[in-house]
Structures are given as structure tokens and as C-alpha cells.
Design a protein around this ligand. Structure first.
Ligand SMILES: Nc1nc2c(c(=O)[nH]1)N[C@@H](CN(C=O)c1ccc(C(=O)N[C@@H](CCC(=O)O)C(=O)O)cc1)CN2
Ligand code: GAR
Length: 254
């Protein structure tokens, strides 16, 4: 079957072949956290119930005592410390982290509340394979200094009527990588930053599981202009052509 679909001036799009989930080999995932790890726990639960065709092979954190690290230890998931903290014996350098992640045969890296800059060594070792979730509609309210409650305080103070969650590929700067998916959340008139944070976090949990599910099922498509898209589980596109009518319609997550 020809996998390429002509999209007029936008060029072509390789829609790829859909494999049945039963034929997909599970992917090995590394999750990076610095805090409570509720997104990490959502992905972990989804990997257990089959929503995500992946296994969390290792957790990486810069905060060995954080909630996410505690949860990982309870579940028997190895915990790695990075970056190497000053005057601390524990901790991996960027180069050592790459070697260690290779030893776990990691396919994808998922940042979930990790508050340190991912080094270029890791980005080059895992091209188009590192995702981050951010609690605003990037590019608004992103970049250095925008993390956790700082984001929601800035959104409320700005008078913005909408916020949301963004999942993007990670590049060498904070929050400038290609956006893969977003969900919009209303900002209510008298929202506190904490109320907004809770509303956004609820959407984050659902969105990250949907995106990681697509990632593990090889349903990420790269448009000619470099924008990544997520193919829904069922693809059917109707392309009127001179000789035959191919019936396939492409549905994408936002
Ligand atoms: N190379 C990349 N690394 C990271 C990215 C990224 O997009 N590219 N995303 C961040 C996550 N993040 C927003 O989504 C983010 C995290 C932290 C900061 C920040 O300003 N951090 C402070 C230090 C905070 C601390 O140590 O407590 C800082 O660098 O001064 C901004 C955005 C993860 N890594
Ligand atoms: N800029 C990065 C950033 O602010 N990330 C945010 O940290 C929180 C982590 O919560 P969790 O530890 O409960 O998943 C999440 O809201 C995530 O979007």
C-alpha cells in the first residue's frame, strides 16, 4: 500500500502502516522527575493496564528523596541520580547517563516535572526521542524560570482566559522544542494559581498517557515542514483520484 498521501501545497505525508497492537514490541521508557511524580505514576499505571505499550525501565532524578523517586523504589524501578551533585559521591555525568540509559535499551525519555536542563549529549544520543510536559500553552509562559507554580502564578496574573498543557520534543533550550500535543483548560475569573494548577494537572495526566501510547505504537508522523503529528489508532483517508478512490481519513490529536 502506498503510504504517502498528497496534501496539496503542504506536500506529502507518510501515514505509515498501522500494526495491530499485538504485533508491537513494547518500548523501554526512562522517566525524569524532580518532584511528586504524579505524571510518572499515571504513565506507570497505564503501562500496567495496557494503555501504554511500554515499560518504565528506569527513573532519573536530581532529587533522590522526591516523591517520584520514592514511588519508583516502592515499585522496584531502578533510580538514577543526575546531574552529579557537587561534593556528592552519587550522581551521573551526562556521558555516564547516556551509557547507562543505553544499557537499559531505552527507546524514549519522558520528562515529567524534571527541573534541570537536559544536556546536549543526551539530546544528540536520543534524537526525536525525548518528550517534556509543560503546564501552559507554549510558547506562552515557558522558558527559564517557568516551572511548577511559577507558571500558574504568571498565567493568573496575566489575565489570560485559557491555559493548558503542552507536550513537546526536547531541544537544547527550555521549552522551545517542536510541539506535539496540547490540551486547553479555562482560567476562571477568580482562580487561584493552585486551583488552575490542579485543573491543568488533571488534563496533563490524560494527555501524557495518550501521547506516550502513540509514541510506543509508532503513531508519530513528521510533516514535511518538521511539525510532528499523532495518528489516531484508526486511519482512513479519502483521496479522490482519477482512477480509483482510496478511502482513508486521518484523525490527529491536537
Ligand atoms: N534541554 C532541555 N531541558 C529541559 C527542558 C527542555 O525543554 N529542554 N524542559 C525542562 C522542563 N521545564 C519546562 O517544561 C523547565 C524546567 C526548569 C526550568 C528552570 O528554569 N529551572 C531552573 C532551576 C530550577 C531548580 O533547580 O529548582 C533553572 O534552570 O534556573 C525551566 C523549564 C526540563 N529540562
Ligand atoms: N516546566 C516544567 C514544569 O513546570 N513541569 C510541571 O511540573 C509538574 C510536575 O508534577 P508531577 O511531579 O506531579 O508530575 C507538572 O505540572 C508539569 O507540567
Amino acid at each position: 500500500m502506498n503510504n504517502f498521501v498528497k496534501l496539496g501545497s503542504k506536500g506529502s505525508l507518510d501515514v505509515g502502516e498501522d500494526k495491530p497492537v499485538s504485533e508491537i514490541r513494547k518500548k523501554n521508557l526512562a522517566v525524569f522527575v524532580s518532584g511528586g511524580g504524579s505524571n510518572f505514576r499515571s504513565i506507570y499505571e497505564a503501562s500496567l493496564n495496557g494503555s501504554v505499550q511500554g515499560d518504565i525501565a528506569v527513573l532519573v532524578t536530581n532529587k533522590p528523596e522526591c516523591g517520584g523517586a520514592e514511588f519508583a523504589r516502592e515499585k522496584g524501578i531502578p533510580v538514577l541520580i543526575c546531574p552529579k551533585l557537587k561534593d556528592e559521591k552519587e550522581g551521573l555525568s551526562a556521558e555516564d547517563l547516556v551509557v547507562t540509559l543505553r544499557s537499559y535499551s531505552i527507546h524514549f525519555i519522558l520528562l515529567a516535572g524534571y527541573l534541570k536542563l537536559i544536556p546536549v549529549e543526551l539530546i544528540r544520543a536520543f534524537p526525536k526521542s525525548i518528550l517534556n510536559i509543560h503546564p501552559s500553552l507554549l510558547p506562552s509562559f515557558g522558558g527559564k524560570g517557568y516551572y511548577g507554580m511559577k507558571v500558574h502564578k504568571a498565567v493568573v496574573a496575566s489575565g489570560a482566559r485559557y491555559s493548558g498543557a503542552t507536550i513537546h520534543f526536547v531541544d537544547e533550550q527550555y521549552d522551545t522544542g517542536r510541539i506535539l500535543a496540547q490540551r486547553v483548560v479555562p482560567v476562571l475569573a477568580f482562580d487561584t494559581p493552585e486551583e488552575l494548577a490542579a485543573r491543568v494537572l488533571h488534563e496533563e495526566h490524560k494527555l501524557y498517557v495518550e501521547v506516550v501510547s502513540a509514541l510506543c505504537e509508532d503513531r508519530i508522523i513528521w510533516r514535511d515542514d518538521g511539525v510532528p503529528l499523532i495518528k489516531s489508532k484508526k486511519t482512513l483517508l479519502i483521496i479522490p483520484s482519477r482512477l480509483t478512490l482510496h478511502s482513508v481519513s486521518l484523525h490527529y490529536l491536537l
